[in-house]
Design a protein around this ligand. Structure first.
Ligand SMILES: Nc1ncnc2c1ncn2[C@@H]1O[C@H](COP(=O)(O)OP(=O)(O)O)[C@@H](O)[C@H]1O
Ligand SMILES: [Mg+2]
Length: 240
C-alpha cells in the first residue's frame, strides 16, 4: 500500500480525539477493495456510535450510495453531495443545507447519483467544507477514485474494511491508499485470521466484526439504526 498522510491519529481512541479539551475533531474514512465487504454497514454503525458519544452528534458522508437504504431512509429526491461536488464554486454552507436528519443525533449527506465524475481536488474542497465540531465518517466505497480517493487518503483515520479472503488481501496490498487500520469482517472457519492480516499489511486490525445473520436481517429490514445488533455495537466500541 502507498504511504498516506493520516498516521497522526492512527493509534489514539477516536472518542479521545473528539472529547479532548483542545477540541480535535476526527474524520474517519471507511473503504474497501471489494464490493460486498460490509463497508457501508461499518460506516453507518460507526457513525451511529460516534453520534451517541459526541456532544454535537456526528455526520455520515455517503460517497458510495447505499447509506440512506441502510439507515432505513427513502432515497433523496433533491440535490445531493454529488451535485455539490460537481459545482466547483459551491460553498460549505450549501453543503450543510444538503444534510438530512437521520435521527439518533446523526446527520447524513447522501450521495444521490448513479455515477461519480468527481476529481481529486473535489475531495480537497469537500474535506475543507467538512471542517467542524462533529466527528465525521465518510463511506468511500470500494472504487477509490476522484473525491473518494482523496478523502480515503487524507482522513485522520483511514479504515480498510476487509473480509479475510486471499483475493481481497492481494488487492489491499495494491491499494492506492495506505490505511491506518483494518476493520476485519470475520466469517467463521476462515483460514486467514487477525494476525495474518496484520503481518501481511503491516497495520493493526482495529476491530473484528463478526459476519452474523442478525446484522444482515436488520439491514434488510431497514432497521439497523434503531436496533444495532449487539455484535456490531461491541465491534464499534473496539474500533472507536
Ligand atoms: N457483519 C455482517 N454480518 C452479516 N451481513 C453483513 C455484515 N456486514 C454487511 N452485511 C451484509 O452484506 C451486504 C453488503 O454489505 P455492505 O455494507 O453494503 O458492503 P459494501 O458497502 O462493502 O459493498 C449487505 O446485504 C449487508 O446486509
Ligand atoms: Mg457500500
Amino acid at each position: 500500500m502507498r504511504a498516506g498522510a493520516h498516521t497522526l491519529h492512527a493509534s489514539l481512541p477516536l472518542e479521545a480525539l473528539f472529547s479532548a479539551p483542545w477540541g480535535v475533531v476526527v474524520l474517519i474514512s471507511c473503504w474497501s477493495v471489494k464490493g460486498g465487504s460490509g463497508t457501508t454497514v461499518v460506516s453507518v454503525a460507526l457513525a451511529l456510535f460516534l453520534a451517541r458519544s459526541s456532544p454535537d452528534g456526528a455526520l455520515l458522508v455517503d460517497l458510495a450510495g447505499d447509506a440512506p437504504a441502510v439507515l432505513g431512509l427513502p432515497d433523496p429526491t433533491g440535490p445531493c453531495t454529488a451535485d455539490w461536488l460537481a459545482e466547483p464554486d459551491a460553498t460549505p454552507e450549501a453543503l450543510r443545507r444538503l444534510e438530512i436528519d437521520a435521527g439518533h443525533a446523526l446527520s447524513l449527506l447522501p450521495w444521490g447519483a448513479s455515477t461519480d465524475h468527481s476529481i481529486a481536488s473535489d475531495g480537497e474542497r469537500l474535506l475543507d467544507a467538512l471542517n467542524g465540531s462533529r466527528p465525521v465518517v465518510v463511506d468511500c466505497g470500494s472504487r477509490l477514485a476522484g473525491a473518494a480517493l482523496t478523502v480515503a487518503a487524507s482522513a485522520s483515520v483511514s479504515l480498510l474494511v476487509l473480509r479475510p479472503c486471499y483475493l481481497a488481501l492481494r488487492r489491499a496490498l495494491a491499494a492506492p491508499v495506505c490505511a491506518s487500520g483494518v476493520i476485519l469482517v470475520q466469517e467463521r472457519d476462515r483460514v486467514l485470521g487477525r494476525r495474518d492480516i496484520e503481518d501481511v499489511l503491516g497495520i493493526p486490525v482495529r476491530a473484528e466484526v463478526p459476519w452474523d445473520a442478525s446484522v444482515a436481517r436488520m439491514v434488510d429490514a431497514g432497521l439497523l439504526a434503531t436496533r444495532v445488533p449487539r455484535v456490531l455495537e461491541r465491534a464499534m466500541r473496539a474500533a472507536a
